[in-house]
Design a protein around this ligand. Sequence first.
Ligand code: ZN
Length: 271
Amino acid sequence: MRYIDPHIHCVSRTTDDYQFMARAGVVAVSEPAFWAGFDRGSAGSFADYFHHLLDVEPLRAARYGIEHFSWLCINAKEAENVELSRQVIKLIPPLLGHPRVLGIGEIGLNKNTRNEITIFEEQVDLAARHDQLILIHTPHLHDKHKGTAIITSILKNDPRIHPNRVLIDHCEEHTIKMAKDAGFWCGLTVYPITKVTPQRAVDLLEQFGPDQICVNSASDWGESSPSMLIDTALEYRRRGHDERQTLEVFHNNPCRFFGQIPKWKLKPLDT
Ligand SMILES: [Zn+2]
């Protein structure tokens, strides 16, 4: 089986994780720009982070035979600092032509504050002006439903945004319908303790159908694991879906979303 992990923060992971992914059959990953676990103090920190994502991490992944792509943005947590956010946004346009950039992400909301919404709207505008794919982070737990509603309504009200070029990530039982019915791609993040479990992810795939859904591990510096993606595929097989159907969800769907831009070279596969 071949897999793609469409959302993973490789800069926070060890070589053991890369070895595990290579052995399991992960052939490509995409890494959204994210919060580092602390608020960075200057735009220069982000310039270095973007260099790390675009020029350093792809070489590390290549040692394990894994293709590595990234998304650029300022994340919702640090968007509370509007002035710093605008300095970071200015760094992005010259980098969009880089062969490893898939688009703008993961942008979205964290606590659904006014400042977060301002910076979210400015980054949606950035993506629209530069014709970029968008990867959306939706908030955690009790902020998720309201945040997803705000995000989808901003996107739907912008006529420049085509829903099939946007992936709404970290969907759960109470938010997936909102995203899917509007024509957006949906991400399911499988975590050992929070977000969805492998069983819940497979329930959602069965309930809503596998079209336009990407499953990811969103592994970062917290409690998370690249193995959650594989465990979800195994649960999908255990429920009676065959190898071809599993390949469709865990390899071909990410290829279809990312394949909307020519930089992404991997094609959907037959078994
Ligand atoms: Zn993430």
